[in-house]
Design a protein around this ligand. Structure first.
Ligand code: PBG
Length: 337
């Protein structure tokens, strides 16, 4: 047999050789686990479209955090689910000192000082209309049109970031997609004495159907209209570079692309254009699809999830926010990957 072709299989012969030539590794430090905190007491409520993910009341939150910490996961992202009666048109609960997120952050930092707590800075979980900012409505041709006022919203978002930092958040992660949010939040944090708190910007966030289960979990679906006037069009990739460029100029410390799996080309170009640490958000709909198929017995969950996470890192992500974090880190401990 002629020897003129390459023998790629030489480097695939044994697990040890495959390990030596492996280009991408998963490590527990790559993973951020989202947690949902809700009102009331003695609540541990499974989110129906996200099996294995729960809403916890403050008094039971440590059950979840204990597990995360004992697995060695370095970081959590905190989302608040306030009661419907606590919501109003300007999202007061987002920047109240006694807001559900502020209380959760204080509790976590008091009991687990080493855990890196990331605060999602947005208004949508706290507004009665479900939009990420201040809304002005007007009627036209029998339809109600909603306008999210960019600059008015910025004032409240800056207040939200400062109150989260005051509660003890280690990283501020603004997800609202208002123009100028990084600059305004940076200035507000600096003024309040939080020069050392980094901003993880949801720089490239698409208007995506993949957020469906999250909106059920956080009860944050817009009550009218959609988010297309502030979140990005899924058809665009050059626009992602413009968004990221703005946030870099405004002082972002890390950049995020969200969702993850349908946007791996975006992760790659953002990685190639910018040097900041890059985060991929493997969102609720991506989680729900895998869980649903796994529950049917149609796929191998562990294999599929591992492959997805490797794909995101290969595409350029340094960190991954995923509802699978605990599972992946558990599997890594078993040295399965
Ligand atoms: C808040 C926010 C959302 C998500 C993270 N932060 C919802 C949205 O923009 O509608 C989605 C996360 C997920 O789907 O897992 N704006």
């Amino acid at each position: 047999m002629s020897q003129s072709f390459a023998r790629h299989r030489r480097l695939r012969k044994t697990p040890a050789i495959r390990g030596m030539v492996r280009e991408t590794q998963l490590h527990k430090n790559d993973f951020i686990q989202p947690v949902f905190v809700t009102y009331g007491t003695d609540v541990k409520l499974e989110i129906s479209s996200m099996p294995g993910v729960f809403n916890f009341s403050l008094d039971r939150l440590s059950e979840e955090i204990d597990e995360i910490v004992s697995l060695g996961i370095p970081s959590v992202m905190v989302f608040g689910v306030p009661e419907a009666e606590a919501k109003d048109s300007v999202g007061t609960g987002a920047y109240s000192d006694q807001g559900i997120v502020q209380q959760a952050i204080r509790m976590i930092k008091q009991n687990y000082p080493e855990l890196v707590v990331i605060a999602d800075t947005c208004l949508c979980e706290f507004t009665d209309h479900g939009h990420c900012g201040v809304v002005h409505t007007h009627e036209h041709d029998g339809h109600i049109h909603a306008d999210v006022d960019n600059d008015e919203s910025l004032v409240l978002l800056a207040q939200t970031a400062v109150s989260q930092a005051q509660a003890g958040a280690d990283i501020i992660a603004p997800s609202n997609m208002m123009d100028g949010f990084v600059q305004v939040i940076r200035e507000a944090l600096d003024e309040a004495g939080f020069q050392d708190i980094p901003i993880m910007s949801y720089a490239v966030k698409y208007a995506s159907a993949f957020y469906g289960p999250f909106r059920e979990a956080a009860q944050s679906a817009p009550q009218f209209g959609d988010r297309k006037s502030y979140q990005m069009d899924p058809a665009n990739v050059r626009e992602a570079l413009r968004e990221a460029e703005s946030d870099v100029q405004q002082g972002a410390d890390m950049l995020m692309v969200k969702p993850a799996l349908a946007y791996m080309d975006v992760l790659r170009v953002v990685r190639d254009h910018f040097d900041l640490p890059l985060v991929a958000y493997n969102v609720s709909g991506e989680y729900a699809m895998v869980k649903a198929a796994a529950q049917q017995g149609w796929i191998n969950e562990r294999g599929i999830v591992t492959e997805m996470m490797l794909g995101l890192k290969r595409a350029g992500a340094d960190m991954i926010i995923t509802y699978f974090s605990k599972d992946v880190v558990r599997w890594l401990r078993e040295e399965w990957v």
